[in-house]
Design a protein around this ligand. Sequence first.
Ligand code: 5GP
Ligand code: ZN
Length: 136
Amino acid sequence: MSCLFCSIANGEIPSATIYEDEYLRVIFDINPASYGHALIIPKTHSASLLEADDETLEHVFKTARKLGNKMISELGAEGVNVIANCKEAAGQTIDHFHVHVIPRYTGQPEKDVLHISQDELEKPDFEALAVKLALN
Ligand code: 5GP
Ligand code: ZN
């Protein structure tokens, strides 16, 4: 099975690389939402964050923290979005787990990175909802 981000992460398709180690590659998004928009792409394939293993998650998010701080210190960003779209309904277009690290600059035009527009939601039954989502 050929996967674009497997090929990019493993260097079979050359791309401007910000950082690389044995676990992952960090590149610039081809269609950036802001100046410096980067993608952290693990070298091991999983379909999305929801299927990724603990070790991969740890490396990816530690890298996101480092990169986000660099975007603030070196690019003058005032904030950073760290986003993983999971599945098509949530805007995932490439079915290989990746994390967007998007520097944000106040006063500059940026895309709506979450693509969520919603009129006011009815207040849910939080207790019932919490039971449904219980993690243990
Ligand atoms: P998703 O929508 O799956 O969360 O994010 C996929 C991202 O990958 C998009 O922002 C898109 O612009 C970017 N992208 C798609 N193909 C390529 C590519 O070949 N090279 C790079 N650098 N980015 C890509
Ligand atoms: Zn892949």
